[in-house]
Design a protein around this ligand. Structure first.
Ligand code: RIB
Ligand code: CA
Length: 310
């Protein structure tokens, strides 16, 4: 079976780092490139973090820096969760992995235009890079096979009661992507909050004993501590890897087609993914929204992914 070609657009970010780890070695995925956006931290931090992760894992994937701020709203970051560097916790060797010279938005446009329309764009941060690419070159829309994102929620948000971070951090970019007309699969907080990385999970992955599992343990050390401080949970919700796990084994989540509209107009609910769960409005579905997750299968996918590293 052909590998799934993906561009992974992210804002490392501890959970983004696990998504990279999972995607890079999966026999089912061809990770063409990593594009980075400001989000969890400033672009200066997130692009450096992406290069550190790639170098630490020993994977040969190009890293491209993209937009350092949202399309319209003021920039926001998540230092309370990810720390001042955006990847507090792990200690990396001196960084030699170089950043590609091409801007991420240009890379996305060029790669999609040169493709046969067989590339999946995975976003695990604010959707600024993809939104800008769609606006700069609308011809790429028909070349996007599908968009798989971590973001949004049909229940409560995690920045405001209404909105999840990746969406509220650039709701206008999310609006551009969600109105593109391309197939969208949304992994929202509704399911990512069901895969909490408890100490027993960290211990399980640590026993693998390779460099990828050590990175996982070092990442979770900070990530879980900050999630407990902020949300009081005993384990950090491993949001971003749900996108990759879904590509590896779609049966890990249950999805439901819904009409999803991004709120870019209101103040109190700005950045909400308004998901018409019951179809009240009788509008066409615009996204497949994850409504359930097999947590046991998810952690098995994570463990299998870490074991692929020597
Ligand atoms: O709300 C969680 C999302 O925001 C995750 O992608 C996390 O990495 C941050 O980007
Ligand atoms: Ca992220």
């Amino acid at each position: 079976m052909d590998k799934i070609k993906i561009i992974l657009d992210c804002d490392p970010g501890h959970d983004d780092a696990v998504a990279i780890t999972l995607a890079a070695k999966s026999p089912k995925i061809d990770l063409l490139g990593i594009t980075v956006v400001a989000g969890n931290q400033t672009l200066e931090n997130t692009e450096r973090n992406a290069r550190n992760i790639v170098q630490c894992l020993g994977i040969d994937v190009p890293v491209y820096a993209g937009c350092d701020r949202p399309m319209i709203r003021e920039k926001m970051t998540a230092g309370d969760i990810h720390g001042e560097t955006g990847l507090d916790g792990p200690v990396f060797a001196p960084l030699t992995k170089e950043l590609e010279k091409e801007h991420a938005v240009s890379y996305i446009i060029r790669t999609l235009m040169e493709s046969d329309g067989d590339i999946t764009v995975v976003t695990t941060g604010p959707m600024t890079n993809l939104g800008m690419a769609i606006r700069m070159e609308p011809k790429i829309v028909d070349k996007i096979k599908q968009i798989v994102l971590m973001g949004g929620a049909y229940t409560n948000g995690n920045v405001t009661p209404a909105a999840e971070f990746n969406i509220i951090a650039d709701a206008d970019a999310a609006y551009v992507c969600f109105t593109s007309g391309r197939p969208i699969t949304m992994m929202g907080l509704d399911v990512t909050r069901q895969v909490l990385c408890y100490p027993s999970i960290v211990e399980r992955m640590g026993k693998i004993g390779n460099h990828a599992s050590k990175l996982f343990v070092d990442l979770m050390g900070h990530f879980c501590k900050s999630q407990k401080e902020v949300f009081g949970w005993e384990g950090g919700p491993l949001h971003d890897p749900v996108t990759i796990a879904y590509l590896i084994d779609p049966s890990v989540v249950e999805v439901k087609p819904m009409n999803v509209q991004i709120d870019i107009r209101s103040t109190q609910s700005y950045g909400r993914t308004n998901c018409d769960f019951f179809g009240y409005q009788q509008l066409p579905a615009t996204a497949d929204v994850a409504i359930g997750i097999d947590a046991e299968k998810f952690w098995d996918i994570i463990e299998e992914g870490l074991r692929l590293y020597s």
